[in-house]
Design a protein around this ligand. Structure first.
Ligand SMILES: N[C@@H](CCC(=O)N[C@@H](CS)C(=O)NCC(=O)O)C(=O)O
Length: 245
């Protein structure tokens, strides 16, 4: 089975990795899993190795990569403690896998079933709504060869709308009590829901939004700052994940 997982093109650092191995690039999706691994390191001493690839060269579309993730997108997590090694695609599935296997005390998840479900709701919300919308803003306003105002406006407006959803949750608009984090009782608890969402939302300026656009979201802006102060978050988006450093 491991024979089918790897080809002669698979980088040796991927093929010979022991334990957890992350194939990533320092983009918002990559950063979500990078941050969780850095948090797990602080909480439990979790160890892993990393292969950085450059998606601009389409390395992620090569067969060696597709064997690990048929979707051809970073990040991919491979658990080499399983026999055969177990590849996990999709950021949120990777984060849930890490919670199950490496977060024994539910430090970044929840023991209570309802709080755990709340964490899934906000993780899935960003996975299914925020990330694809903001990704399309970046694509249509920066990468697309042709500037299509309808597409740019459509995805800008949808992204601002989902920022508004985060604002409702964090401001406590309908509960009367502001929260510090997206999921959990009371003020909430820092969890994978925040880690999944934050790398995208913190990049609002890079996505072309202005201070004026962000004015309706003061609680979101405070949350961006709050999460960004964590050492593991800073390491998870930092130089260790920049290729050719
Ligand atoms: N739904 C996927 C999205 C992953 C994704 O879009 N990754 C981007 C980088 S942020 C990528 O690999 N793009 C390269 C490509 O589309 O070929 C996830 O959450 O893991």
């Amino acid at each position: 089975m491991a024979d089918q997982l790897y080809t002669s093109e698979t980088p040796s650092e991927v093929k010979n990795a022991k334990g957890l191995h992350l194939i990533t690039m320092n983009t918002p999706n990559g950063q979500a899993v990078q941050i969780l691994l850095e948090e797990l390191k602080d909480a439990y001493g979790t160890e892993w190795t990393t292969t950085l690839i450059d998606i601009m060269t389409n390395e992620q579309k090569k067969e060696w990569f597709l064997r690990l993730d048929p979707n051809g997108r970073i990040p991919v997590l491979v658990d080499n403690t399983q026999n055969p090694p177990f590849p996990v695609m999709e950021t949120s599935a990777e984060m849930l896998y890490l919670l199950k296997t490496a977060d024994k005390n539910d430090t970044f998840g929840f023991k209570d079933e309802l709080e755990r479900n709340q964490c899934l709701q906000w993780t899935f919300f960003w996975h299914g709504s925020g990330a694809p919308y903001q990704g399309q803003v970046n694509h249509f306003s920066r990468a697309a060869p042709e500037k299509i105002p309808y597409a740019i406006n459509r995805f800008r407006n949808e992204t601002l709308r989902v920022y508004g959803v985060l604002e409702i949750q964090l401001s406590g608009k309908y509960t009367g009590a502001p929260r510090e984090y997206l999921a959990g009782n009371g003020k909430g608890k820092y969890s994978i829901a925040d880690m999944k969402t934050w790398p995208w939302v913190k990049g609002w300026e890079r996505s072309g939004f202005t201070e004026e656009d962000m004015k309706p979201f003061p609680h979101v802006k405070q949350w961006i700052e709050r999460v960004g102060k964590r050492g593991a978050v800073q390491r998870g988006i930092g130089d260790a994940y920049v290729q050719n450093k």
